[in-house]
Design a protein around this ligand. Structure first.
Ligand code: AHM
Ligand code: MG
Length: 335
């Protein structure tokens, strides 16, 4: 029992690792934790909603799933606004960034960008989904309303990022630039308990995760890399293992633990890739680099990219350094 360390205790313990620590970031992470607990509780009931829908009520199932997206969006925004540490939130679910108007919020120094429920098309089949978040210090003066400039920052300026995975167990994984730490939710106690401190991704791996249904329209370098993964070369541990859940947080989390690569290249339907730079790629890239991995758009480091619009999409390759460097070489050689 004495060995259990909660997320709250851990954040306080690590607060001094964070430059200019003042407790505000800890409080902000606390509000994310609280919203995650509320969303987790609701998600656990999603199956019950499906049963009601199937028993005769029209369209309830589809509407309920959409409601869960919006529900998560609202819960996270409310929690973030309530603790006064955030001056605005940009969400994958909202067209525009939401700028908080209360004076205490205007005086806050952080903005949050988030995908409140990533992979939500998986809820109705009981597959894991996640929340992804990214935290920046604002660039406009404290005391004024946040502007788009505060949200359109390169990923390398993130002060913290993380995700919550609502899976066979619920976990919160985060970094403040001093390693990656993960916490498993104990629903009986209602707390997140430290389960992996300073996570490191293996240098190399043998799992590749990609939606191969889009193969025909992948760039040539990506096609060649996929064929490389599939070749029979036992002394090099090939063929690799193909694993794709279709839920970024789950695919990413597995590869982080076991070693592997996640790929979402340009496709016919998504010429710039499907994933969003600000809500998905930047936070995942920050975590990946902090765990010793690499995240790239196939050519450039994700965290160096200068965003031009809130909902911008980019190709995304993230995982074990040997594997990501390898796919980048294929892309360079066959462009
Ligand atoms: P979403 O933000 O609309 O949920 O879309 C993002 C999801 C990711 O979780 C997942 O990796 C990807 O879309 C799967 O896309 P696809 O079904 O094209 O393979
Ligand atoms: Mg998403």
């Amino acid at each position: 029992m004495s060995d259990i360390k909660t997320l709250g205790e851990f954040i306080i313990e690590k607060q001094s690792d964070f430059p200019h620590a003042s407790g505000e970031l800890s409080s902000l992470l606390g509000s994310i934790k609280l919203a995650a607990q509320i969303v987790n509780r609701e998600l656990n009931k999603a199956g019950l909603v499906d049963i009601i829908g199937a028993s005769g009520e029209e369209n309830v199932q589809g509407e309920e799933q959409q409601k869960l997206d919006l529900y998560a969006n609202e819960k996270f925004k409310t929690a973030l606004e309530a603790r006064d540490q955030v001056c605005g939130v940009a969400s994958e679910e909202d067209d525009e960034a939401v700028v908080f108007s209360k004076e205490l919020n205007r005086n806050a120094k952080y903005v949050v960008l988030m995908d409140p429920l990533d992979g939500s098309s998986n809820i109705d089949v009981n597959v894991s989904v996640g929340t992804i978040f990214s935290i920046y210090r604002r660039v406009t003066p404290v005391g004024t309303p946040a502007t788009e400039e505060d949200f359109l920052q390169a990923g390398k300026h993130q002060v913290a990022a993380g995700y919550v995975i609502y899976g066979s167990s619920t976990m919160l994984v985060y970094t403040t630039g001093n390693g990656v730490h993960s916490f498993t939710y104990d629903p009986s106690l209602g707390v997140f308990c430290l389960s992996h401190e300073d996570m490191r991704i293996p240098e190399d791996g043998k799992i590749y995760s990609i939606n191969e249904g889009n193969y025909i329209r992948f760039p040539l370098g990506v096609k060649k890399y996929i064929k490389y993964c599939q070749e029979y070369v036992p002394e090099e541990n090939r063929p690799y293992v193909s694993r794709y859940i279709g839920s970024l947080v789950s695919d990413f989390h597995r590869n982080l633990l076991k070693g592997g690569i996640y790929l979402y290249p340009a496709t016919a339907t998504h010429p710039n890739g499907k994933l969003r730079l600000l809500y998905e790629c930047n936070p995942m890239a920050f975590i990946m680099e902090q765990a010793g991995g690499v995240a790239s758009d196939g050519i450039n480091r994700i965290l160096d990219m200068e965003p031009t619009e809130l909902h911008q999409r980019v190709p995304f390759f993230a995982g074990s350094p040997v594997m990501v460097n390898h796919v980048e070489k294929f892309i360079a050689d066959f462009s």
